[in-house]
Design a binder for this molecule. Sequence first.
Ligand code: SF4
Length: 215
Amino acid sequence: MGRGFFDQHSTPAAARIATALHKLGLAMKHQTWVQAAEDGLSPTQGQILAALAGDGPQTGSELAARLGVSLPTVSDSARALVDKGLAAKQPDPRHPRASLITLTADGKARAAKTRAWPEFLAGAVDALSPAEQEVFVAGLVKMIRTLQVAGLIPVQAMCVTCVHFQPRVHDGPLPHHCAFVDAPMADRHLRLDCDEHVEAEAAAQAATWQQFVDR
Ligand code: SF4
């Protein structure tokens, strides 16, 4: 039982990473259900409140795309939120026949609570060293972008798809550059949901991505 034992008797690391993420996903789902039930909301209702609080009034279709769920699911949850007095519908000035879902004052108060849902993971992430967090951020960005390209998750406002992102243009510990704020950045600074994000065209995104993954 010397060197190489675990190479011969382990499942591939990729399979174990997928299993670990699945376990985290289950833990998150469980936590979401527990907190939602405590708040008297379904998880989708909680997600809608958080999305409206974060990005303002949206149509049902916009919410469905953002949350990665079907339009009927959003419609049912939005109706329940309206019945609870947490959301209201108003005409959409962009499309005369569509309506926007907005938060009421009670909805805003409840949303402040639901936005903290992912925070329970923060304690676990604190267990990682700064170097481990840096690698983790870059790995997650790569996985999320791969899932986005495959159409398996909604489009995310990430640096790697942004017109302002310039990967590996500097020497040293801050190799990337954000042209929007004109400042260098490292992998640990990569954003997943940036308000200033502007989606780059497909060809530019592909070139940026290649530059980002080339080391
Ligand atoms: S604007 Fe935001 S998403 Fe775009 S490169 Fe800068 S930090 Fe990243």
